[in-house]
Design a binder for this molecule. Sequence first.
Ligand code: PGA
Length: 229
Amino acid sequence: MAGSESPKTLWVIANWKSNKTIEEALHWLSLVGPKLPYRENIKVVVCPTFLALEEMKKAIQVGNFPILLGAQNLSPFPEGAYTGEEAARLLKGIVDLAILGHSERRRNFGETDEMIKNKVAQANQNGITPLVCVQSEDALVPEGCRLVAFEPFEAIGSGHPDTPEDADLVAQGLNKKYAEDLTVLYGGSVTADNVQAFVSRDHLFGVLVGGSSLEPDEFVKIVENCSLI
Ligand code: PGA
């Protein structure tokens, strides 16, 4: 995707992982929602646990906050006899996006490229935007996925982000490989202090934020700092 549009559209996606009760999630929303700067070109997405999705959806609507909702995963199968899974059709209408193939899922839950390919297909069939996480330029981006987060393994939760230059090069490489058709985000130890350096690069169109998204003030600052570019 070309980087010359002005202003470019940026994604700021909060990945809460396995954190926050429903009550804590709603508290976060009550602090963050009213403070978020509304910008046509910034898409803010929060991805809580499955349990909190429904309540968060209602509270976002009631507060009329400029926030979209995402899931952190979904089933590679359609609805049916798949104990413990959340099928995409059941999430339809609640979430706009789903994070798929996060390295924590690949590592701890044995997710394979094949499973991720099926999850992407399920998401697309149900009107949910798939966001696939990749660890390098060589990673496979499944057909039907146009939104990708480059998240180098060592940068996740470590306080040691990749350099914006390197992340930009990887994004450029991915776009070359996939015919300029991807929107690439960066993830891994993003903070309010470093976010601008990433999103101002030509080939990066936003961030996937883990730890720093849990803290309301820090997250608001991340969105504000994106608005400055
Ligand atoms: P982090 O996590 O921001 O805590 O490094 C990012 C992610 O895993 O998506």
